[in-house]
Design a protein around this ligand. Structure first.
Ligand code: MSP
Length: 659
């Protein structure tokens, strides 16, 4: 059975529009998911959105809509973006999903039954941006990292999780299993946080309920409390985990959420998995370590110049700008230029320079040169090498070492280093061409020594390119597919396995025409294009749709025949055996109608009850799966993506005519 590999992104807050930070994290996870698929593993890649909490509650009330309406509107910003970028997530979880809410309540009850949750009065400093109480020491720590947040004093009755009871096990986790947090210097930060100067007794219990918020998962049996957003959000990794894939191998996060993932999260899990008789003051049992994430992989931040990106500074890089040169180009730059764990400053200049140097020149040039020489000197047929001089052997060793080195570096989370070493080999191949001068070797076809040497040079170029196509596919799936096809190889390069990478095996087919992999960017032109996008981008991101053509012109009379009314959904339930259909009772002012709508892939029934909708009210009834539907709900859609219900203003009442 293949090894299982479960990898996650953080669950993104929906109150923010996606930017370079979210895009980077998700791309990194996508690269790792693809890489592990090519290692032959059974991958489960989870991402999603974190939708509860005070910020959503406030934003919704500012706009006069319900929090559910708000999150339904904004969660697709993330889901659609990842889809448009061709990312390979296996599941998109939302913390407002029913199954998730049920799991949180169930785990809460279990922890409570174990005595790990108790009720007490709490007064403390509260950080609104973190949605967390913070201690004085934590405030100093955050400020030292440049993460100072607005704080208020809050007093409330709260349920507490006995975090302090897990101090001993946590410290053992960090000491005995240093791979739990990578890179190492981030682990050291966590250790200092839990036990400053190695002293014990600093870890305080954690408030895990709120009474000041209503937009959250109710605490079982005490519904004036809702579950603290972090207890809620962290558990989505579990509620959405595919059967048999627990625990996560890699959870990728940014440095700002390290504390939650490296301290609270394992402590919650330790509490869930500990059994009667386990001694919290004794050794951390292996059995429990095995239920915790293998590695919390922590990256630094993309900065603008030296400063943090922030909405108020208006220096946010949005996906549209980042993807201007193609998805693969953005993927390559983000993975190549970020040294995992550290911060990195982003500039469009360095972005363009990297693409020109490594993709247009480096790989692009080498591929087109090599393929055209294969056509010119060998009619496209890749020769078998027979003679090896010193420089040929040097390159031969370099190619095979590169494959090993690349895979090792990826394994050590040194993604930038892996690409760097692959590109160093590509540069060495440029040097190899210059030194061996194939155009001179080809001059006299009757010179068998020259001809044999030319065979070797051409074969090595081919082998290196074929290896590059396979190794770099997780980072640049589209560009590598083009390279794969140019090399005359059939099938999809994503279906290749690293283990099957037989560098020296003969070419199965002649090469084809070299498809252009990446065109050189004119910096000045590109910078002004980016500026234009930034200006246009002051508008919220709209999903990029394949907008269907307009239908033929109609006249007013025809349009007026359609009677559109405001309706309110009173009841909603799924139609058994149908993924799409939902049966609803809709009040249209004049009467209550049964309407069956094909919106079940986009909405859960409980999200629909209480909503205002627009109903096509004078359609002849028709039967859908045996149920008579009397009307249709208006939705927006591009016919390919999911439906978005049209929502009339809250003050429009059932029966109002829509015109
Ligand atoms: N909702 C929480 C996570 C809950 S996980 C159970 C959250 N969401 S977030 O949307 O604010 O952030 C998600 C991720 O984006 C974090 O890992 C954060 O580090 C990352 N980034 C936000 N800005 C960033 C940069 N400027 N650069 C790189 N990543 C950054 O936190």
């Amino acid at each position: 059975m293949p090894k299982r590999f479960f990898i996650t992104t953080p669950m993104y807050y929906v109150n923010d529009r996606p930017h370079i930070g979210h895009t980077y994290t998700t791309i990194l996870v996508d690269v790792l998911a693809r890489h592990h698929r090519m290692l032959g593993e059974d991958v489960f890649f989870l991402t999603g959105t974190d939708e509860h909490g005070q910020k959503i509650e406030r934003a919704a009330s500012d706009r006069g809509i319900t929090p559910q309406q708000l999150v339904d509107e904004v969660a697709p910003n993330f889901e659609n973006l990842w889809q448009q970028m061709g990312l390979t997530q296996d599941y998109f979880v939302r913390t407002t999903h029913q199954a998730h809410k049920e799991l949180v309540q169930q785990r809460y009850k279990e922890l409570s039954a174990k005595g790990d949750i108790y009720k007490a009065e709490y007064e403390g400093l509260y950080s609104l941006s973190d949605e967390a109480f913070v201690t004085e020491t934590q405030v100093k720590e955050l400020q030292a990292q440049g993460l100072g947040h607005t704080l208020t004093t809050l007093k409330e009755e709260s349920y507490f999780f006995r975090l302090s009871a897990y101090e001993n096990w946590l410290i053992q986790l960090f000491d005995r299993y240093p791979e739990f947090v990578r890179p190492e210097f981030r682990l050291n930060e966590v250790k200092r946080f839990v036990a400053p100067n190695g002293e014990r007794g600093h870890l305080q219990d954690l408030s895990i309920s709120r009474t000041s918020i209503t937009w959250g998962i109710p605490i079982p049996d005490d519904e004036k409390h809702v579950v603290y957003v972090w207890f809620d959000a962290l558990l989505s990794y579990m509620s959405a985990c595919k059967e048999g894939h627990w625990p996560p191998q890699i959870q990728v996060i940014g440095k700002d959420i390290l504390r939650f993932h490296a301290i609270y999260w394992p402590a919650f899990l330790m509490s869930m998995f500990r059994e009667e008789g386990d001694d919290l003051n004794g050794e951390l049992p292996d059995r429990i370590r095995q239920q915790l994430p293998q590695t919390i992989l922590t990256h630094g931040w993309w900065l603008m110049g030296e400063t943090k990106i922030s909405k108020s500074l208006g220096n946010i890089v949005r996906p549209k700008e980042l993807l201007h040169f193609g998805v693969d180009a953005a993927r390559f730059y983000l993975i190549r230029d970020m040294q995992l764990g550290h911060d990195r400053s982003f500039t469009f200049e360095s972005f363009i320079e990297r693409l020109n140097a490594d993709l247009a020149n480096g790989l692009g040039n080498l591929a087109s040169r090599s393929i055209s020489m294969l056509h010119k000197y060998r009619a496209g047929v890749v020769p078998i090498p027979n003679v090896w001089d010193e420089s040929d052997n040097e390159i031969k060793d370099m190619i095979s070492n590169t494959a090993t080195d690349y895979l090792e570096k990826m394994e050590q989370n040194n993604y930038s280093g892996a690409l760097e070493s692959l590109w160093a080999t590509l540069r060495a191949l440029d040097g190899y061409i210059v030194k061996s001068q194939p155009w001179n070797l080809a001059k006299d076809a009757s010179n068998s020594a020259d001809s044999a040497k030319l065979d070797t040079v051409l074969a090595q170029l081919y082998r290196a390119l074929r290896m590059t196509a396979v190794l770099a596919t997780p980072v640049m799936p589209q560009i590598c597919q083009l390279l794969w096809e140019s090399l005359g190889l059939s099938g999809k390069v994503v279906d290749q396995r690293f283990a099957g990478l037989a560098i020296e095996s003969p070419a199965p087919n002649p090469v084809k025409d070299a498809l252009p992999l990446f065109s050189r960017i004119d910096k000045d032109v590109a910078l002004s294009e980016i500026e234009a996008i930034q200006i246009a981008n002051t508008q919220p991101d709209k999903p990029r749709l394949d907008v269907p053509e307009l239908r033929e012109t109609t006249d007013y009379d025809t349009f007026w025949k359609t009677d559109l009314r405001v309706g309110k959904i009173l009841e909603a339930q799924r139609v058994p055996k149908s993924e799409k259909l939902i049966k609803m009772k809709v009040d249209i002012g004049l009467e209550i109608r049964t309407v069956v709508g094909g919106i079940g892939t986009a909405y859960e029934p409980e999200q629909l009850v209480g909503r205002s909708v627009v109903v096509v009210a004078n359609l002849a009834p028709r039967k859908l799966m045996g149920i008579e539907s009397h009307g249709m709900l208006l939705c927006a859609s591009d016919n390919n993506s999911k439906p978005y219900l049209i929502v009339p203003s809250d003050s429009a009442l059932p029966g109002f005519i829509v015109k």
